[in-house]
Design a protein around this ligand. Structure first.
Ligand SMILES: Nc1ncnc2c1ncn2[C@@H]1O[C@H](COP(=O)(O)OP(=O)(O)OP(=O)(O)O)[C@@H](O)[C@H]1O
Ligand SMILES: Nc1nc2c(ncn2[C@@H]2O[C@H](COP(=O)(O)O)[C@@H](O)[C@H]2O)c(=O)[nH]1
Length: 412
């Protein structure tokens, strides 16, 4: 499936990297961008369920195995590949589930170019294609004991289908009543450091002597479910998120006084005296930064709890009695079972199913990629797919096809 450019002839296979000689290949596509050919090799054998990437640089006559960033797709029976926007390759997986069929391999986007400079090597980055946009996440910060968790719990309880919590990773010990995977992913420092090195974290920081971090996956999983993601993170983390690709709303929660903060921390009874002292020391700096840095969009004082909760809801436009559905839920792009693809002016034509005469036109899909958002290291959003004809808006164009198709396409 996919393109078969000239370069992909027998001669090229003679210099193919060790371990990926023709016999060991499952299937592959080759996509050319300038002097480089990106070969995406998949295998669906049980021993090797993976997709590999090699880059052939024509000007140097050499193969390179790039550093691959982002969460990569699992292998499948085959895929199609097409160059999009001259900076990424759209991959459609054959026989995949709707939430797993559309992937993008970024080869020359701003993110990839930046990473190439940092890592001083060939870099490519995966992101999953998602239909529609996602609601802006909320970053909630404030000193330990101010009441962030209590406010967030109440908000999630009242609006369960609007909000979802970003489950952070931490190296601190589990408290009574906390559950692994629900309150945090409790992890070993070495394992977390390894994943940070692999670029899996949106932000991380050393907080009160432990390592805490938000994985990209934690945020994207909430967005995939069509919910607004809430991040409960410290001020250092908020600063990192501000500098990242993620566009969020930043809220800082203040205590009415330092004495009241100390009272709440002690009354919670989850820390030792030494830990309480450490958290209180850190609170001074956090309060100063939170109030003055211009980092936060909103500041709320949590004095009377109910009043503060009401202010939070008002700020989020949730002060009505019914649950607000502010923005459409994103859905994964559904793609045909079998297909071939072709790119034209940011529209990708997907021809799927049987090529039988007379039926072919019914199996034409158009994927509009003109307003992509996000991308690696998160998701690529804004992919819209419809049944039809890309020339429909041209005066002499072919008639728009709106025949119902055997294959369903999800709509917002
Ligand atoms: N407005 C309030 N008045 C009195 N007590 C409060 C108020 N808000 C929260 N609390 C209490 O203060 C304690 C600390 O709250 P919470 O655990 O939500 O803080 P937190 O900011 O999430 O802390 P951490 O950052 O350490 O997780 C809890 O026992 C909670 O019930
Ligand atoms: N930078 C980050 N800070 C985080 C994250 N998850 C939680 N936190 C902050 O840590 C402190 C302490 O939390 P506790 O549960 O041990 O009391 C608190 O201020 C949280 O906001 C994270 O992923 N990144």
């Amino acid at each position: 499936m996919g393109e078969a450019p000239e370069i992909f002839e027998d001669d090229l296979w003679k210099v193919f990297p060790v371990g990926l000689e023709p016999e060991s290949r499952g299937y592959q596509t080759a996509t050319i961008l300038g002097e480089k050919t990106y070969v995406i090799v998949g295998s669906d054998t049980e021993s090797s369920l993976s997709i590999g990437i090699q880059v052939f640089d024509k000007s140097r006559g050499k193969w390179a195995i790039p550093t691959v960033l982002g969460t990569k797709p699992t292998s499948c029976k085959g895929h199609s590949a097409v160059l999009l926007n001259k900076d990424r390759i759209l991959i459609l997986k054959q026989d995949s589930t709707p939430d797993d069929c559309t992937w993008l391999l970024e080869v020359d986007t701003e993110f990839v170019r930046e990473q190439k400079k940092i890592l001083k090597t060939e870099v490519v980055a995966w992101s999953k294609g998602v239909k529609g946009d996602s609601p802006k996440p909320l970053v909630i910060s404030g000193p330990s004991g101010v009441g962030k968790g209590t406010l967030i719990s109440k908000l999630m309880k009242e609006f369960p289908s609007t909000f979802g919590f970003s489950v952070s990773h931490t190296t601190r010990a589990l408290r009574d009543k906390e559950k692994d995977g629900v309150h945090y992913h409790f992890t070993e420092r070495s394992a977390m450091e390894k994943e940070i090195q692999e670029g899996k974290f949106l932000e991380y920081a050393s907080v009160h002597g432990n390592l805490y971090g938000t994985s990209i996956e934690a945020v994207e999983m909430v967005s995939d479910a069509g919910k607004r993601c809430i991040l409960d993170i410290d001020v250092q983390g908020a600063r990192s998120v501000r500098a990242s690709f993620l566009k969020a709303i930043f809220i800082f929660i203040c205590p009415p006084s330092y004495e009241e903060l100390e009272k709440r921390l002690r009354a919670r009874g989850t820390e030792t005296e030494e830990q309480i002292q450490k958290r209180l020391r850190n609170a001074r700096a956090e309060l100063e930064q939170g109030r003055s840095s211009g980092l936060f969009d909103h500041l709320l004082v949590n004095d009377d709890f109910e009043m503060c909760y009401k202010s939070l809801k008002k700020l989020l436009g949730l002060d009505g009695s019914t649950e607000a559905i502010c923005e459409p839920s994103p859905k994964m792009v559904e793609s045909p079972v079998g297909h071939s693809v072709l790119e034209m002016n940011e529209k990708v034509l997907i021809h799927c199913g049987t090529a039988e005469l007379g039926k072919a036109s019914k199996n034409l899909f158009v994927l509009d990629a003109s307003s992509l958002k996000g991308g690696a290291p998160g998701r690529t959003r804004g992919l819209n797919m419809y049944v039809g004809d890309p020339f429909a808006d041209r005066p002499n164009g072919i008639k728009r096809l709106l025949d119902p198709c055997k294959l369903s396409i999800s709509t917002n």
